[in-house]
Design a protein. Structure first.
Length: 295
């Protein structure tokens, strides 16, 4: 952006007041913010003896990288994510079982019950439902990835919107693109988790189909149980990857707060983790499974 000012180069650079005035002019013309002179840089050259200065106002804050608070917020996000994953998977504080771990026992009960029935259509319908849910979330993450790439191509328009919003910390173009890149990585990670989970559910359906009929189980009952155990393990692995992908989508809601402020980022992440912990360890669904297990 170019503006012509009736000041000589010497007068502009020697006078701090004129420098501030130049920033104010740029702000009123949507060229540069009027917060302080350090937020503006000048690309200037004199035009002959007319003492007319041609200046390109380049907001330096648009090229600034992330701040120390941004890195702290990102570290808090990763730490809470890893801690929550370890807690729900039973790697830490395993004395209190999570909802996901309780469901492992019910998955085992379901597949073991298939040994006592010849009609396997029930099992295939359950697997088909699990695959449909996984495919839905995988497709959703693909659309979210496309939206992230589109946002990278419209950085200037997005920045213009954020500048007009109150209480939004504007970190500049570089920081904005880094944040969008991080959001893209989150959705990419969840897509691979959902994709692998879908594949494992497919393998599980094949193993369930290989469980022998009740009339054939009398020949080798132990082999039939081993076949069912393999199906249980694959089903549990598929559910684990599905939960990891779904967890990433939930945490991406907290990540969106980073576009407003690193403090909002940390607050939203803590809120999301709190909601997930409550559902895993203090929800009515968990109490229902515990009541069923105690009978």
């Amino acid at each position: 952006m170019t503006a012509n000012l009736g000041y000589s180069p010497q007068a502009l650079w020697q006078s701090t007041d004129i420098g501030f005035h130049a920033c104010d002019i740029g702000a009123r013309n949507r060229l540069a913010p009027a917060k302080k002179s350090s937020c503006c840089r000048y690309n200037c050259k004199g035009l002959g003896q007319s003492f007319v200065l041609s200046c390109n106002f380049i907001p330096a804050c648009q090229n600034s990288a992330m701040t120390y608070t941004d890195y702290v917020a990102l570290a808090v996000f990763v730490l809470l994510w890893a801690s929550y994953s370890a807690l729900t998977d039973g790697k830490i504080l395993s004395s209190r079982r999570s909802l996901s771990r309780l469901m492992i026992e019910n998955r085992r009960r379901w597949i073991m019950n298939s040994l006592r029935r010849d009609l396997k259509m029930i099992d295939t319908q359950i697997i088909a439902g699990l695959q449909a849910g996984t495919a839905f979330f995988a497709s959703t993450t693909i659309f979210a990835l496309g939206g992230c790439f589109a946002l990278l191509g419209a950085t200037e328009q997005a920045q213009a919107i954020f500048k007009d919003l109150p209480y939004v910390f504007h970190g500049g173009r570089t920081a904005f693109e880094l944040k969008v890149g991080g959001l893209t990585c989150l959705f990419g990670y969840s897509f691979f988790k959902f994709g692998w989970s879908y594949r494992l559910f497919n393998y599980c359906s094949i193993l369930i189909g290989g469980i022998p009929m009740m009339s054939d189980m009398t020949q080798d009952i132990e082999e039939a149980r081993r076949q069912a155990e393999r199906a249980v393990k694959l089903n549990v692995y598929a559910a684990k990857h599905f939960n990891a992908g779904l967890r990433t989508i939930f945490l991406s809601i907290g990540y969106l707060g980073w576009f407003i402020s690193p403090y909002v980022f940390m607050a939203l992440t803590v809120f999301v983790i709190f909601v997930l912990l409550r559902r895993q360890f203090f929800s009515e669904a968990r109490e229902a499974l515990l009541e069923d297990a105690s009978r």
